[in-house]
Design a protein around this ligand. Structure first.
Ligand code: ZN
Length: 221
């Protein structure tokens, strides 16, 4: 049933996905209604030039990800998400982002890079989703955003990014909050802050990911 709903999500949001293994890890859902139209930038797939953004570069470094693994695609009015890359790409993953959110895109895109780290560590979406619930995966990505700020961006003020990761009004509160796989806003902020303020000295992202799932996730309420 869960696999079916993921496939349905992928069909809904990813008409152009070339994924053998269809999945969709969304940072943001823009509402309970289907997006009527999406305008992608044909001539410039990364209109915010996130690939060159110093904060995004720091995230790649902290998460131990090779930037060549990821393509970015900005479109107006879509949710943030991570999928398999498109067929003609040399990259492995495609992070799509809403191009009209400006600087507010940074935290959600780092959340998506957290998903890429989870996928790389686990060996793919099937394994990841068999190991952990959707909420564990989503809060795990928020925790990794916090880790990026702790280890990679220690001088950045986190307040602004904390608001963006929550993106109240854009993050879907859901008709039934218990069905929102991202967790409610309070849980998301907790996960982010636990990452920022952890006093553990671990720097290996695989160990940090595992520690979150084994020891940290259960403390979030
Ligand atoms: Zn997510």
């Amino acid at each position: 049933m869960r696999k079916l709903s993921f496939a349905a999500m992928a069909m809904l949001f990813l008409p152009y996905a070339q994924a053998e293994e269809r999945y969709c890890l969304n940072a943001v859902t823009t509402g309970n209604e289907r997006t009527a139209s999406v305008r992608c930038h044909q001539s410039n797939s990364d209109p915010l030039d996130l690939k060159s953004d110093p904060l995004i570069k720091a995230a790649f470094t902290t998460l131990e990800l090779d930037p060549s693994l990821v393509d970015f695609k900005g479109c107006e009015g879509i949710g943030f998400r991570t999928t398999n890359s498109e067929a003609d790409s040399g990259a492995k993953y495609l992070i799509s982002y809403s191009s009209n959110t400006g600087d507010k895109s940074i935290a959600p895109v780092i959340h998506e890079l957290g998903h890429v780290a989870q996928l790389e560590i686990s060996g793919g979406y099937r394994i990841l989703s068999n190991l952990y619930s959707p909420t564990q995966i989503e809060l795990g990505a928020d925790y990794l955003v916090g880790i990026v700020f702790k280890l990679g961006l220690p001088t950045e003020s986190t307040a602004q990014f904390e608001r963006n990761i929550e993106l109240a009004g854009i993050y879907m509160p859901a008709r039934n909050a218990s069905k929102n796989k991202h967790g409610n806003p309070s849980m998301r902020v907790q996960a982010f802050r636990l990452g920022v303020h952890t006093n553990k000295n671990e720097t290996k992202i695989k160990s940090i990911h595992q520690d979150f799932q084994d020891n940290v996730y259960g403390t979030i309420n």
